[in-house]
Design a protein around this ligand. Sequence first.
Ligand code: MG
Length: 373
Amino acid sequence: MRVIGIDLYRVRLPLRFTFETSSHRKDAIEHILVRFQDESDLDGWGEIACGNGPWFSAEYVSTAWAVATQFLAPAVLDEEWRHPADLTARWSGIAGHQAAKAGFDGAAWDLAARRDGVPLAVALGTSPRAIPVGVSVGIEKSVERLVERVGGYLAEGYHRVKLKIRPGWDAEPVRAVRCAYPDLLLHVDANGAYRPGAESDEVMRQLDGLDLAMVEQPYPGRDFVSHARLRQRIATPLCLDESIEDAADLDTMLALDAARMVNIKVSRVGGLTAALALARRCADHDVGVWCGGMHEFGVGRAANIAFACDPAFDYPSDISGSDKYFARDVVDPPIVARNGYVSPAAGPGLGLAVDLAWIESIALDTSRHRALR
Ligand code: MG
């Protein structure tokens, strides 16, 4: 098959509430939607899900737009392919820019699954099932508000809660949540905000006593050595997120024994093709995996759900309902969690209707690429 049309849409959706992490606050999410069209007029949709600015990684929406429009679209357009991995090979010469590649890879998987008339989860080789999910809770204005917000999510049925932390907002709020909800499956995520030293050692020591499922990415992404040293000092498992962009990073983690869990984000590792390989490699090495997110719109979120059906996933994933974040999503119906579970749609591909007319009307920028005939 050939992709003879590619449309890229830069879309900004306001968040229902401001979300704050160790590095920044945001009240809207700006992602790029990728629409492939083949010769038989079938569509495939993907989502480039990276930050509004260069905080989570060096890549962000403006760099992704440049790479997608200038390099990825020309590399894919009018090329013959059968399997999405064939297209991955087309951009193997482009260094980095994992989220931009993931958006194109996702569109290829959706298109291939629609062509074959199977749900994306089936195309990926997983078994569609209801998967347990958790929520990520940002830094709140007060400890009381945090405890209240967590209580609200538990009432909605979520199976676990992740709290964002940073220096100055760590042991105290986490302890308050633990005291309020003693049986809650709870973990923390620092997004690399700590630096090795006596001060962070003391914070980690205190967190170690709060019965957490894991501490996620306490140190910056490239600092595998400090994670390996911390692992020797605390009993709570460590999980890496920003550190793992490809298989070589996973090898480094394993060689240094820097962590025993990985938060796999499809957009961070370059797409579903790479993410599946990474998840199975983790399982082979008895490394726990779960699926993280980048506040995806419905397109990316539906792909994450299909991916997280893989049996390698043994911890509730960060795929809460999109209705929790956005008043109106780009897919219809929106993705909703029920009693802490989300399920892949039954139809071919992503299985959801993508609201093209609305996307066209709200896009901040559009880039169209057509094969010459
Ligand atoms: Mg994280």
